[in-house]
Design a protein around this ligand. Sequence first.
Ligand code: SAH
Length: 223
Amino acid sequence: MFRAALITLFPEMFPGPLGFSLAGDGLKRGLWSLEARDLRAHGLGRHRTVDDTPAGGGPGMVMRADVLAAALDAEPDDGRPRLLMSPRGRPLKQAQAREWAAGPGLVILCPRFEGVDERVIEARGLTEVSIGDYVLSGGEIAALAVLDACVRLIPGVMGKLESGTSESFEDGGLEYPHYTRPREWEGRPIPEVLLSGDHARIERWRREQSERLTRERRPDLKP
Ligand code: SAH
C-alpha cells in the first residue's frame, strides 16, 4: 500500500483537500494512508525551536539540520523516497508521479521560512522537488500537489481505468478539448465531428486538436 508521511509544523493542514472526492474515498477505503508528523515534537528546548538565523547573515530563518534529521529518523527506513519540497528542486513530472504511485509511498518534508540547512539534504539523501517556477510560503501546498498527482494513479482510486492514461502529459502532449450537453450553448455548437458517431474521425480530430494545442502552448513538450 502507498503510505504517505508528511513532516510539517502544521499537521492539521492534512489531509485537507486530499480528504475529499477520489483521494478521500481512497483514503477511507484503505487504498492509501497518510500520516502528518508534527516537526515541533523534535524541536529543541522549552520553546521547541526548529530554526535559527542563517550562517553568513541575511534575512529569514533556516530550519536546523539536527531537528529535521531527528524527525526523518523517526520514520521507519522502509525504502520510501524522501522528498524535500523546494523551488530549487527538479520540477514534478507526470512520469515521476506514476513511478512514485507504483512504489511503497513517500516521506515528504514540508519546510517553512527561508529554507533548510543544506547538510541535512546531503546527509539524509533528500530528493528536492519543485511544483513550478514560483515561490510558495511553505512546502505543505506543494506536498499536497505531489500527493494528489500520485494518489489518483493508485489502482482503484480512480473509477475508470482508462482515465489517467489518455490525459495531458501521458503521451507527451496536452489533452484535446471536451464538450458535453447542451448541444448548443450561448450560440456555440459542439463541433459537428463529435456528434457524427464516426469513431475514426473523432479519434483523428482529437489527435489533431491535441497536437495543435501542444504546438501552440507547450512547444517544449513535443518535437
Ligand atoms: N528561499 C527559498 C524560498 C523559500 S519558500 C528560495 O528562494 O528558493 C518556503 C518553502 O516553501 C520552501 O522551503 C519550500 O518548501 C516551499 N516552496 C516554495 N515554493 C515552492 C515550489 N515552487 N515548489 C515546492 N516547494 C516550494
